[in-house]
Write a protein that binds this ligand. Structure first.
Ligand SMILES: *Cc1c(COP(=O)(O)O)cnc(C)c1O
Length: 413
């Protein structure tokens, strides 16, 4: 390794590029600066001080994927010694968690929706409310996913109001060949005012299966793993267990949003439909790796044994009491010798529970220090408000408090 922390071969490449660029004031210092700049483009841990719990640019739910370098019984049935399914163990745990007959896991929720549509509705029609034909962000657009799956989108209702009768009419149309009704949680998008939607419960009365893309991955609205009532900001967020109980044939959601797991997509619901999805050729291309499945299994088990609030980092951030944040914040301000502690509003992020906030506290220092904070190692990502820099304690891991204080002291003095 060179002083920049980059392998020699990369430094040589950078030097060649610099010469080719006609670098005018080429010096060892300039070379080192270039290399350091390049090293900072590599992936590395960062301190999330933004107050956005599931920050899409920072990898959503923080989670350690720690597993010893050993083989895993990913596709081996230890009872029989025969080849097994990589979906069986974690699928079973997720099914229990959601109150589903069966579940399976793919790479992300976009893949889950794509697979469900390709496996269950290829060359057939899928009814979607015009108000739910949305773009979620990061290029997930319902009509485009539909097109890629080979299913045919049939818009029903209007942008602001869709009734059960609109679905029935589309089902009864001459030549209709409807495979599914797809209900999409519009996540970070909302229409207000003269609005009417159709619940899963109502849709379940139709003659075709209802698939609900709930996205955020709240598995149970009553949050039994919290040992108390669910937080106010979760009210109104659709949950897998309740959506299935209301009659959805399948739900799809992300593993790295409100579940707090690794990046994954979960399909849960009727066993016959999950079986068709897992037998589809795309399932092989969309399957996650062993480390992801292990981490997801660990997170799902932690929800089932009600320890998630203590052991899953996302839920640890959620339940941290304000008194604890205040004590930590006071200590950071004292050690930094700058700033003050002010009320703040953290947000769930990643399109989950849009428009809601989680009461929090932030260390505030005067001026815009964002670039300076990002230059530390590990980098600190914060926000500005009213000309000041805000570091929200709810999303900062407590073990990073000392680093944050030291960086604040260094960048303000
Ligand atoms: C987040 C989200 C997606 C995309 O999920 P990824 O896991 O990012 O692929 C799709 N649909 C809904 C409703 C979502 O909230």
């Amino acid at each position: 390794m060179a002083p920049s922390g980059l392998p020699h071969a990369l430094c040589v490449e950078l030097a060649r590029t610099a010469v080719a660029d006609g670098a005018e004031h080429w010096s060892p210092e300039a070379a080192l600066a270039r290399a350091v700049h390049h090293r900072r483009t590599l992936l590395s841990p960062v301190v999330n001080a933004t107050g956005v719990l599931l920050h899409t640019n920072l990898g959503r739910a923080p989670l350690a994927l720690d597993h010893p370098a050993r083989a895993i019984n990913i596709e081996l049935d230890l009872a029989t010694g025969e080849r097994g399914s990589r979906q069986r163990a974690v699928g079973g745990v997720l099914a229990s968690l959601c109150g589903a007959e069966a579940a399976m896991v793919v790479n992300n929720n976009a893949a889950a929706v794509l697979l469900v549509l390709a496996a269950l509705a290829r060359d057939r029609q899928v009814l979607v409310s015009r108000g739910e034909s949305v773009e979620i962000g990061g290029g997930f657009r319902v009509p485009e996913v539909m097109e890629q799956s080979g299913a045919r989108l049939v818009d029903v209702g209007t942008t602001n109001r869709t009734r059960l009768a609109d679905y029935s009419k589309a089902l009864g149309r001459k030549g209709a060949d409807v495979a599914l009704v797809l209900k999409v949680h519009p996540s970070n998008y909302r229409i207000e005012g003269f609005v009417e939607g159709t619940s899963v419960e109502q849709l379940a009365a139709l003659a075709v299966p209802v698939v609900a893309d709930i996205g955020s991955g709240l598995v149970d609205a009553s949050c039994p793993w919290l040992g108390g009532p669910p937080p106010a900001w979760l009210a109104g967020e659709p949950a897998a267990r309740q959506t299935l109980a209301a009659g959805a044939a399948l739900v799809t959601f992300s593993g790295d949003k409100l579940l707090g797991g690794p990046q994954a997509g979960i399909i849960a619901g009727r066993a016959d439909l999950v079986a068709v999805c897992s037998a589809h050729p795309l399932a092989r291309a969309l399957r996650p790796g062993a480390h992801v499945l292990l981490a997801l299994q660990r997170v799902a088990l932690a929800h089932l044994d009600r320890s998630a609030a203590r052991t899953v980092p996302f839920w640890q951030m959620v339940v941290a009491p304000l008194d604890e944040l205040r004590a930590r914040g006071d200590a950071v301000v004292r050690a930094a010798g700058v700033g003050d502690l002010v009320p703040s509003e953290a947000v769930p992020g990643a399109g989950s529970a849009p428009g809601t906030v989680i009461p929090s506290l932030a260390v505030r220092v005067p001026g815009d220090r964002l670039a300076a904070l990002r230059a530390f190692d590990p980098p600190i990502v914060a926000r500005t408000r009213d000309g000041a820099t805000m570091l929200d304690l709810r999303t900062i891991h407590p073990s990073d408090d000392e680093h944050v204080a030291a960086c604040l002291r260094a960048c303000v003095s």
